[in-house]
Ligand binder design. Structure first.
Ligand SMILES: Nc1nc2c(ncn2[C@@H]2O[C@H](COP(=O)(O)OP(=O)(O)OP(=O)(O)O)[C@@H](O)[C@H]2O)c(=O)[nH]1
Ligand SMILES: [Mg+2]
Length: 396
């Protein structure tokens, strides 16, 4: 699963990305610091079944921190987006192409209102971050529309003549952007455009793309630089945007992770506090810096970065975690590794879908599956539940 980190310049996208991945990329207080996109791996937390089964896991694709399983999520940090990028302004929108495979976007905004729409530094509170939310949605919809529009009239005419359905025509054009046939159909049902696609005007095309975008690239908003924003401003933004908005202090998260890495503090991402390992080792500057970090983290009950990733994964994208194992008694793979893999799948995934994800052969030769927790045999259409442990029985 991949999440794209997007937003106008200078809002803290790279800081958010580094804080989640601990990659080292350039961060600076001016627009267009990032030009080429950065890819990295962040983690969301899950409850590891090894605790319930009183065993010890041996994860292959991530770690386990005392019963908290860390499940990898690919993150992409891209260049800042400015209004009319789809017409070539700023760095243009070539880098939007980097976002083609993203399942969701985290839109980082400067909640303190201290950067204008192009990312230049202004007096805090003088820019309304809600404007950024609207413009970003519009840019992405316009990008999709640009792709759908290319040679549209001819293809629409041809497909009308051939009696081909319009959903497959749209899907074919947008599939490279990670748009599925189901996204297209949901959008068509919602907006009910005129039957003949040759008659669609630009407003209809925009409305259609804007609706497809909502399903194909759902957006989570990180209300970043929350440490510099006042409580009323944050409340207003959360009320206006809804549950998919989370206040974040990416800079604080990055500083905490670095302090933890260098052994100064004991900090677990997502926690609302940290412990200083040996206060006598700190110099005055370090003590002061940690006091500020403590204030921020207590004010927001955490830095919000982990919460943002997890809300995007579990709520916005409705993903669940399942554990395929080969041996249902020992919960192992053929090498004897206990609970080796945590798979992140969309809710609604079946036992056979999981078999295909593990290996095409396993999907094709699927006979049945075993729900390890209940010790019951289940069929190919069994809908997986969060935290299920599944053994797949195949013909080979
Ligand atoms: N106060 C505060 N400043 C932050 C926070 N996160 C990032 N910043 C600062 O914001 C500035 C921009 O950060 P970047 O991460 O480079 O921003 P960006 O969005 O990647 O910028 P571009 O690559 O230019 O588009 C830097 O000075 C960061 O230190 C935060 O949570 N609080
Ligand atoms: Mg950047």
């Amino acid at each position: 699963m991949q999440i794209g980190i997007v937003g106008k310049p200078n809002v803290g996208k790279s800081t958010f990305f580094c804080s989640a991945t601990l990659a080292t990329v350039e961060i600076a207080s001016y627009p267009f610091t990032t030009i080429k996109s950065n890819k990295g791996v962040g983690y969301v937390r899950g409850e590891c079944p090894h605790v319930e089964f009183e065993t010890q896991c041996m994860p292959r694709n991530a770690g386990c921190d005392d019963g908290t399983r860390l499940i990898p999520v690919e993150l992409l940090d891209v260049a800042g987006l400015v209004p009319d990028a789809c017409e070539g302004r700023g760095l243009g929108n070539q880098f939007l192409d980097d976002l083609m495979q993203a399942d969701a976007l985290i839109h980082v905004v400067d909640a303190s209102g201290a950067t204008d729409i192009e990312g230049n530094v202004v007096t805090p509170g003088s820019h309304d971050p809600l404007e950024d939310v609207k413009f970003l949605e519009k840019e992405i919809s316009m990008w999709m529309k640009g792709i759908l529009n290319r040679g549209w009239e001819r293809s629409a005419r041809q497909s009308h003549m051939e009696g081909r359905s319009v959903d497959s025509l749209i899907h074919e054009r947008l599939t490279g952007l990670g748009v599925t046939l189901s996204h297209v159909n949901t959008a068509l049902r919602e907006i009910q455009p005129p039957e003949n696609p040759q008659t669609w005007d630009q407003d209809t095309m925009y409305h259609l793309c804007d609706t497809i975008r909502k399903y194909a690239k759902p957006i989570m908003v990180a209300l970043n630089k929350a440490d510099q924003a006042d409580d009323n401003a944050l409340d207003r933004l959360v009320k206006a945007i809804g549950p998919m908005a989370v206040p974040t202090c990416a800079e604080t998260e990055l500083a905490l992770k670095r302090a933890a890495k260098s052994g100064l503090i004991d900090y677990h991402p997502g926690d609302a506090s940290f412990d200083i390992i040996d206060p006598s080792r700190l110099n005055t500057a370090q003590s002061k810096a940690l006091d500020i970090l403590k204030e921020n983290i207590e004010r927001f009950e955490g830095t919000g970065v982990q919460k943002c990733l997890e809300t995007a994964t579990y709520q916005l994208l409705d993903r669940i975690i399942v554990y395929p194992v080969e041996d249902e008694t020992h919960l192992t793979d053929h090498e004897g590794r206990v609970l080796p893999d945590a798979f992140m799948v969309p809710r609604g995934t079946t036992a056979r879908d999981l078999a295909y994800k593990v290996h095409t052969d396993l999907g094709e030769n699927f006979i049945r599956a075993i729900n390890v927790r209940t010790q019951r045999t289940v069929g190919n259409d069994y809908i997986l539940q969060d935290n299920d442990i599944i053994t797949i029985v195949s013909r080979r």
